[in-house]
Write a protein that binds this ligand. Structure first.
Ligand code: ZN
Length: 306
């Protein structure tokens, strides 16, 4: 099949949903969408099912006896948002990467060789290079399908990020807080960053384009400020504060020094991580700004891979 671009394909399907369902399209029913859009293909998706998949987040699996596919996702009822993202990711593999199967693939009665897509959680550094690109494409597809940027922008436009606003977007799109925050960082014009940490050290993070331009760069392995780490340590599950906390200059430091900021931190005991969303002041006085030619979400992750 022709190579499709993940963003364009997600936007195409999203537009289709808007035309047929209008405002009621969120959160997106990925299972229904997968069956509807594939039913006239020679190899439709005829089952979307949750299961125990130790070590995997999801699979796109060819049927053994006839041209068809199943989406299987690791069903954890505590994380409905993650389940939806996994289903959308597998649908991404189906739309973007699968070999189209026909009766010819089943001449002997069983499938001789078809593609099996087995997907792990986001540990990009464990993937082989070719797999990495494929997995990133499926994630991009899922993100753009579940959270169309125009709609997301309309939800948050003119507001600072707050607990309330984050809850609103996670409810609207039926996604995890991590996925929602990550998406926001990717398109917001404000200077913002997110840091996902464990035991006081950053696992990964990313800065918005304008933050990156002003010298904000989150390195994996970076130590959290002691003050922040001890507050996380002393907290229980959930947000440390309802409103973003004011942090003085000197608490958080990045490559061009320290500046005051607003911080919203969530501790997730289930996931054993903390997520900090940092919002910097709009104006800043760094005189040496240059247009970065390397701002790219993927680049930031790659450079940070341990
Ligand atoms: Zn995958």
């Amino acid at each position: 099949m022709g190579k499709k671009a993940p963003k364009a394909e997600a936007i195409r399907l999203s537009t289709l949903l808007r035309m047929t369902l209008g405002e009621d399209r969120f959160p997106i029913d990925v299972a229904l969408l997968a069956k509807e859009i594939s039913k006239t293909n020679p190899d439709p998706i005829d089952k979307v099912v949750g299961a125990e998949l130790p070590g995997f987040e999801g699979m796109l699996r060819p049927h053994s006896k006839r041209p068809a596919w199943h989406i299987v996702y690791y069903d954890d009822p505590r994380y409905e948002g993650r389940n939806r993202f996994t289903m959308a990711h597998e649908l991404g593999h189906y739309q973007l990467h699968r070999p189209v199967l026909t009766e010819l693939n089943y001449k002997s009665g069983v499938l001789e060789n078809g593609g099996l897509f087995q997907c792990k959680p986001m540990h990009m550094d464990e993937w082989k290079e070719a797999d990495k690109q494929r997995e990133e494409e499926a994630d991009t597809f899922a993100s753009f399908l579940l959270m169309p940027i125009d709609d997301y922008r309309a939800q948050v436009s003119g507001h600072d990020m707050s607990v309330e606003l984050l809850s609103h977007v996670t409810d609207r799109y039926g996604v995890s807080l991590t996925a929602a925050a990550r998406k926001w960082i990717d398109f917001t014009e404000s200077r913002a960053a997110m840091v996902v940490s464990r035991d006081g050290f950053a696992l990964w993070g990313r800065a918005s384009k304008s933050a990156y331009k002003s010298g904000i760069f989150v390195r994996s392995g970076m130590a959290l400020p002691e003050l922040v780490a001890s507050e996380i340590e002393g907290s229980s599950n959930g947000f440390l504060s309802e409103q973003p906390m004011e942090r003085q200059k000197g608490v958080w430091s990045f490559s061009r020094g320290s500046e005051p900021l607003q911080e919203l931190t969530l501790r997730s005991e289930f996931l054993d991580v903390s997520i900090s969303i940092l919002q910097f002041q709009r104006t800043h006085d760094f005189a040496t700004d240059t247009e970065p030619d390397d701002w790219d979400a993927v680049d930031q992750l790659k450079k940070n891979s341990r």
